[in-house]
Design a protein around this ligand. Structure first.
Ligand code: PEP
Ligand code: MN
Length: 359
């Protein structure tokens, strides 16, 4: 159920409706839009008695949401969700493309800094790097853990990049939430419902990667798990699905971009690195992703991929990243998007030493 408030409804009227919903034993999710606020109702097993709600002051209408995902649905919020990062002009969703770049894993301080400096110089606003790695083999490099989180916090200070890193379980989730700007939930955890609910109780944006064989509905329902707990800042990420092809690691399913955008207001990024698994396919798929209307790219970059401790074969070189930025910057206006010119951080701009160090 969804309560649509009148355009001129006051904050008090919205609050009164939320209180009424909570008093009925349900959960109210006020989602402000450009025109009006809609209040999603969850926690109800069957129909909610709409009688009293419709009579309340400020209420325009009460409607049934037929889709299994409610809060992620465009029925609840028509306009695209734009996620903002206080202190910077970086956004995810909306007109500006969001670019998340960095190594698969943080291997040491020097490696992370070399890559961060180069991706920042080419205009990335977000730095990615795994601190906790979900590896197929228990003998493979598992990540530096908290040490990597500390290194990335230094990178945020130094370059103004916002930090995206993965939490692999409930224990690492609180640590990641403490240090990072965006919590990544990986493909293998897309249906880890306990982790999703835990992330939903935090107030940090969550980047949710599509499961290895997840359908569109399953993907959106996973996002709904996070939102149902009150965290509405969810970013979807297509990273390829398992198919019979053997020319690439996964099959990047770009048609999910318009499919998501039709049904949901949530932003969707594309990861051409895991989506192909091969360096020579990353740039073409990044270009195609932007042409398909994606809200941005998540890409693995390494200055010495042959020595990388994970995902070297799919990591592009920093000069290829610079080329990718140039190419997608040219495609962006054709699809009515813009590639922002790097990061603008108030704090850094005010500090000439740091500002010059970024160039
Ligand atoms: C990653 O981003 O490094 C990663 C492990 O991705 P995925 O969960 O999509 O495999
Ligand atoms: Mn990786």
């Amino acid at each position: 159920m969804l309560v649509v408030m009148k355009a001129q409804a006051t904050p008090e009227e919205i609050q009164a409706v939320c209180r009424h919903i909570e008093a009925l034993g349900f959960r109210a999710h006020p989602l402000p839009g450009a025109q009006r606020t809609a209040i999603g109702i969850t926690g109800n097993q069957g129909e909610v008695d709409r009688g009293n709600l419709e009579e309340m002051s400020g209420v325009a209408e009460v409607i049934r949401v037929s889709k299994p995902y409610k809060l992620a649905s465009r029925d609840v919020k028509e306009e695209d969700t734009v996620i903002r990062f206080p202190g910077t002009d970086a956004t995810i969703g909306g007109r500006n493309l969001a670019i998340v770049a960095g190594p698969c894993a943080i291997e040491n301080r020097e490696q992370a800094f070399v890559i961060a400096e180069q991706v920042a110089a080419s205009g990335a606003q977000f730095f990615r790097g795994g601190a906790y790695k979900p590896r197929t083999s228990p003998y493979a490099f598992q990540g530096l853990g908290v040490e990597a989180l500390r290194i990335m916090a230094e990178i945020r200070e130094r370059f103004g990049l916002r930090i995206v890193t993965e939490a692999i379980d409930n224990e690492t989730l609180d640590l990641v939430a403490e240090w990072a700007d965006v919590i990544q939930i990986g493909a293998r955890n897309m249906q880890n419902f306990s982790l999703l609910k835990h992330a939903g109780r935090l107030r940090k944006p969550v980047l949710l990667k599509r499961g290895l064989s997840a359908t569109l509905d399953e993907f959106l329902m996973a996002a709904e798990y996070i939102m149902s707990e009150g965290n509405y800042e969810v970013i979807l990420c297509e990273r390829g699905v398992r198919t019979f092809t053997d020319h690439s690691r996964n099959t990047l399913d770009l048609s999910i971009v318009p499919a998501v955008q039709r049904l949901s207001h949530l932003p969707i990024l594309v990861d051409p690195s895991h989506g192909t698994g091969k360096r020579d396919k990353v740039l073409p798929m990044a270009r195609a992703a932007i042409a398909s209307g994606a809200d941005g790219i998540l890409v693995e970059v390494h200055h010495q991929p042959e020595k990388a401790l994970s995902d070297g074969p799919q990591s592009i070189y920093p000069d290829q990243f610079a080329r990718m930025m140039d190419e997608i910057g040219q495609i962006a206006p054709i699809v009515h998007r813009e590639l922002p010119r790097g990061i603008h951080v108030e704090a850094l701009a005010a500090n000439p030493h740091d500002a010059s160090a970024r160039q």
